[in-house]
Every structure is written in structure tokens, then in C-alpha cells.
Design a protein around this ligand. Structure first.
Ligand SMILES: *[C@@H]1O[C@H](CO)[C@@H](O)[C@H](O)[C@H]1NC(C)=O
Length: 434
């Protein structure tokens, strides 16, 4: 088997984050070194408690069924995962959270519905696999990056990029020379947003960090993009776990209604996952979907299957990272909107050169000509309202656009939603679907 990839998970748990962390802990390809909590879906303190709740549940699970501990290689008796707090708010601008979706506690108000899962103790004995520290997340990450072999570590960013941006601000040289790669869930390019009409939550929550890392004014100030992998909503959204599937295979008692379900017959881990999925199902049904989208889980899966590139990979690669079969990337160029009244966090793609952007012509001049011909023969739409106002011919791109000239490697294809669903089911819950 390949060498296990050491990873740091930077996260704002969050319902999909918790499943993503479970997948990481249950993946023999990864060795989870630290979990760094950032603001995001909820506030840092609530998010921190969610990791304690998860680890307390897993300790209970292993007590009630010792075999199940074998499914979680990152939780062997001799290892401790460092749990630290990262940033509490964005580099600049207002603080936003997604409690409308994830609940006040970040886990679908599980703390009120299932108080038996709450934690009231910071006693290290309760969390045999955790090392709780007051050290700032940035310092914890730096220590791990310097102590692991050069270029061996994957940094998995599942929340706003703020903590990572601070790390690069404060220790850029070390991070750039020693970190293996960053795998990041965030943004949306050719599909609508999920927090606003145009923005995905993580990039909405701190567009300043996105700008600094991915499209800096001077390229040398960002992170080397040949070691950065972005998973935007475009590719993550089709991956989901349908709730009827969850009920059929994982928890027959699962309802997802206003009534908390009865925990007595369930294994501790199933009780825990059902407890936070109940309200998630209610919310998703309001959105018209009886499934949960697996955004962050796809990012962890990508890190599972794609260890950091070796020097040979980097030398051989023409422009995009070398990935396992069925994973594909393309380089995409964009700018990120930071101050927009209604477009904060939007990834702005310059489509003026994109031949597919205008129909029927290959370019704007051809569209104009076509419209003029049509109008001449009919009383149809006028050119002025058929297409947006005349585009000014602008000077060639200036510095900020050139800085992202190479573009950010963006995942466009995975081995597929069905593969992920069966992997998740067998690794987290130990259930193999034929
Ligand atoms: C939007 O996407 C992010 C991906 O990180 C996810 O955490 C969040 O739950 C999504 N929100 C909604 C409302 O789907």
C-alpha cells in the first residue's frame, strides 16, 4: 500500500464537514495529524464542541463494538490528533455564518434535540485520541508542516480559507517550500452559488483570503498553484446521500422529522449521524431535495485518492496536477469579488474571449451582425434589449488579471457519485452495499 499521507484538516463543522472528517478518520490512505477549527458554518466555540461530541461518540462506539475501531486507522490507541482553534472571522469585512442551514450548534440543533450527545467535560480522559491545545491553529499547522517530510503533507481546507491565508502571511517561505498540497472545497464557476445567487459559502465567508491566496496582485505572494486543487460546487453538488438510502441501509429508525428519533436501539455512531441529519433532512426538503449534498466529503475523497505530487510529477506536469485515473482538472482563471453589494464571494470569469458564451455567433461582432439581419426582416426584439449593453473595448488585462494568468487547477470530474456513496457507507458505517 502507498505511504499514508499526513493531513491537516481545516474545518468549520458543520454537517457535511463532520461526515468529511469521519471519512478522513476512516481512510487508511490518510493519517489525520490535526483538526483546526475555523469560523464558518457556525462560530469557533460551537464548532470545536462538535469535534468533541464526535470523538466522545466514537469512544462510545468502540466500547460497545471493539471491532469497529479497526475501521478508523487515524484513531489507533497510540495516536493523538491535535485539536486547535484557528481564526474567528475573515481577514477583512463582516462575519457571516450559515446557522440557518447548519443550526445554532452547527449540527442541526442536535444539542437541543439529543442532549445525551452533548459534552460537558474537557477532561482528556474522555477523548483518548485527542490532544487539546490552546496553541493557535496557525502555529500548530506550522509545527506539523515542519516536522513531516518535505512535500508530504496535504492541507485539506473545508471551511473559509482564512487560517491558511494567515499561515501563508506569517510563514510563507516554510509553507511554500514544505507543504505537499492544498485540497480546498470552495467557490462556484459555471453554476449558481449556494449561499447567495452567485456565491458558495466558504468563499463568501472570506473572499479576502481567496484573493490573497489564489489571485494575488503579485503572483509570488500567493500559494504555488501547481500544488493547489480546488473543488467548486460545479463538481461537488452532484454527489449526494439520498435520505431514503440512509434509512434503507444505515438507520431504519431514521425519520428526519420534528420528532427526535429514539436512540435506544442504535449503535452510538449511527445515533450521532442520524441526530444531526434529522434537521438537515427537514431543511433539504424545503429546498425540494430528499438528499444531502456531499461537498466537503468530495474534497476529502480527492485527498484520499491523490497524494501530494512528487517532484517528478511536478516536473512532468504540463499545467495541471497529476491525478489518479478518473480525476480530471483544468486550469481556470477568475477574479474574486470582495466588496460587492450583492456579489461578495462570486468568482468572476471573464467570458469575453469564450467562444461558447455567445450564441449564435462566435464573437460579439457576429452576434451584432446576426441581430441586425434579423431585425431588418422582422419586428422582433430590438438589439438594445436582446443583448446586454455594448461592451466597451478595454485596454488589455492589467496586472491583477495577469497574476492569475496560469489559472487555478479546478477538479472537473471524479470517479462518480455512486463510487463515493458506497465508499462512504462502507468506511464510516461499515456497511457494504453489493
Ligand atoms: C454550501 O456549500 C458548503 C460547501 O462547503 C456547505 O458547507 C454548505 O452546507 C452549503 N450550503 C447549503 C445551503 O447547501
Amino acid at each position: 500500500m502507498q505511504r499514508r499521507t499526513p493531513v491537516i484538516i481545516d474545518t468549520d463543522p458543520g454537517v457535511d464537514d463532520i461526515l468529511a472528517i469521519l471519512l478522513a478518520l476512516a481512510s487508511p490512505e490518510l493519517e489525520v495529524k490535526a483538526i483546526i477549527i475555523t469560523f464558518g458554518n457556525t462560530d469557533v466555540d460551537a464548532a470545536y464542541l462538535n469535534i468533541l461530541k464526535l470523538l466522545k461518540t466514537l469512544a462510545r462506539q468502540f466500547e460497545s463494538d471493539s471491532c469497529s475501531s479497526e475501521r478508523f486507522p487515524s484513531l489507533s490507541p497510540h495516536t493523538k490528533i491535535i485539536l486547535a482553534k484557528g481564526t474567528h472571522g475573515p481577514l477583512e469585512g463582516d462575519l457571516h455564518s450559515a446557522q440557518y442551514f447548519h443550526g445554532r450548534d452547527g449540527l442541526g440543533d442536535m444539542d437541543k434535540r439529543h442532549p445525551d450527545l452533548n459534552v460537558d467535560s474537557m477532561d482528556p480522559e474522555v477523548y483518548p485520541n485527542l490532544l487539546l491545545t490552546d496553541k493557535p491553529g496557525v502555529e500548530v499547522a506550522l509545527d506539523i508542516i515542519t516536522s513531516e517530510a518535505p512535500r508530504s503533507l496535504s492541507y485539506i481546507a473545508l471551511g473559509p480559507l482564512t487560517t491558511f491565508a494567515q499561515l501563508v502571511r506569517q510563514h510563507g517561505d516554510v509553507v511554500k517550500s514544505r507543504l505537499g498540497q492544498v485540497v480546498c472545497m470552495g467557490g462556484n464557476l459555471d453554476v449558481p452559488g449556494n449561499t447567495s445567487a452567485v456565491a458558495e459559502f466558504n468563499f463568501f465567508a472570506d473572499p479576502f483570503a481567496v484573493k490573497e491566496l489564489l489571485t494575488p496582485s503579485l503572483p509570488a505572494e500567493g500559494f504555488p498553484l501547481d500544488r493547489f486543487i480546488l473543488l467548486p460546487l460545479d463538481v461537488t453538488t452532484p454527489h449526494e446521500i439520498p435520505f431514503p438510502y440512509y434509512k434503507a441501509h444505515i438507520d431504519p429508525e431514521f425519520e428526519g422529522t420534528a420528532q427526535p428519533s429514539d436512540a435506544t436501539k442504535k449503535a452510538p455512531l449511527v445515533h450521532f449521524t442520524s441526530a444531526f441529519l434529522e434537521r438537515t433532512r427537514e431543511v433539504m426538503l424545503l429546498f425540494g431535495k430528499d438528499a444531502m449534498e456531499l461537498h466537503d466529503i468530495v474534497a476529502v475523497w480527492c485527498a484520499v485518492e491523490n497524494p501530494p505530487p512528487s517532484d517528478e510529477d511536478l516536473a512532468a506536469a504540463t499545467s495541471t496536477p497529476v491525478l489518479r485515473e478518473k480525476w480530471k482538472t483544468v486550469r481556470r482563471r477568475f477574479q474574486v469579488e470582495r466588496y460587492g453589494e450583492i456579489t461578495r464571494g462570486m468568482l468572476v470569469v471573464d467570458r469575453r474571449e469564450d467562444e461558447g458564451a455567445y450564441d449564435p455567433g462566435a464573437n460579439r461582432a457576429a452576434v451584432q451582425a446576426e441581430l441586425q439581419r434579423n431585425q431588418f426582416h422582422s419586428d422582433g426584439v430590438m438589439e438594445s434589449n436582446a443583448v446586454p449593453a455594448q461592451v466597451e473595448v478595454e485596454a488589455p488585462p492589467t496586472a491583477p488579471e495577469e497574476s492569475s494568468a496560469e489559472g487555478v487547477p479546478v477538479i472537473t470530474s471524479t470517479p462518480g457519485p455512486a463510487m463515493l456513496l458506497s465508499l462512504l457507507t462502507s468506511r464510516i458505517w461499515g456497511i457494504n452495499i453489493a
